[in-house]
Write a new protein. Structure first.
Length: 197
């Protein structure tokens, strides 16, 4: 399995991204030493694609497949792409506040702690649908890990397209999000332009 081992804060600096979008509270004290070069149009498009891939923890091939799927769907390709990325199971677990970061959410799903509609799902890229209920397994609910997670994520805002019951470690998807409900600083139109060349 391919793993990106670049330090997170270093990657955030290079992409001009706030670590808060990854669920990380740390701030980097270093400034990026970049000459005032003019970035080409291709460079801007590539940076937006890298930003989206980095935020959601998706590698190139699955990301390209998401783009192709979004292109076949009705409506705007860019908005469809963001909806697909946002409806991944690991992202929904993160958004519900059941994990501190998306990486931790991915690990929780991979360790078979998550039930979707009462069935165990261990695939982080599983796409949730409107009406799905997501919860942590009963035997895992009492563990110290989830108490620590709830301390950190207790004050985090949950998007309006999700319904959460933090005490019982469960939530529901009211509807799939539209672009206005997704607070990720990515210009998806540049990604569409990059792939449509």
């Amino acid at each position: 399995m391919a793993i990106n081992r670049v330090p997170v804060l270093k990657r955030c600096r290079s992409l001009g991204l706030d670590p808060v979008y990854l669920g990380i509270d740390k701030k980097s004290n270093r400034q990026l030493k970049r000459a005032n070069r003019k970035v080409s149009e291709y460079g801007l498009q590539l940076r937006e694609k890298q930003k989206a891939k980095f935020i959601y923890g998706v590698l190139e091939k699955p990301f390209h497949n998401y783009y192709l799927k979004a292109d076949r769907m009705k409506g705007m390709t860019g908005e469809n792409l963001m909806t697909i990325l946002e409806s991944r199971l690991d992202n929904v677990v993160f958004r519900l506040g059941l994990a501190r970061t998306r990486k931790e959410a991915r690990q929780i799903v991979g360790h078979k702690h998550v039930l979707v509609n009462g069935k165990q799902v261990k695939v982080p890229s599983y796409r949730v649908k409107a009406g799905d209920t997501i919860e942590i397994k009963e035997k895992c609910k009492g563990s110290q890990r989830y108490k620590d997670i709830l301390e950190v994520t207790g004050g985090r805002l949950v998007p309006e397209w999700l319904d959460v019951d933090q005490e019982n470690l469960k939530g529901a998807v009211k509807e799939l999000p539209n672009r206005e409900a997704i607070d990720v600083p990515v210009d998806e139109m540049l990604i569409v332009e990059l792939y449509s060349k």
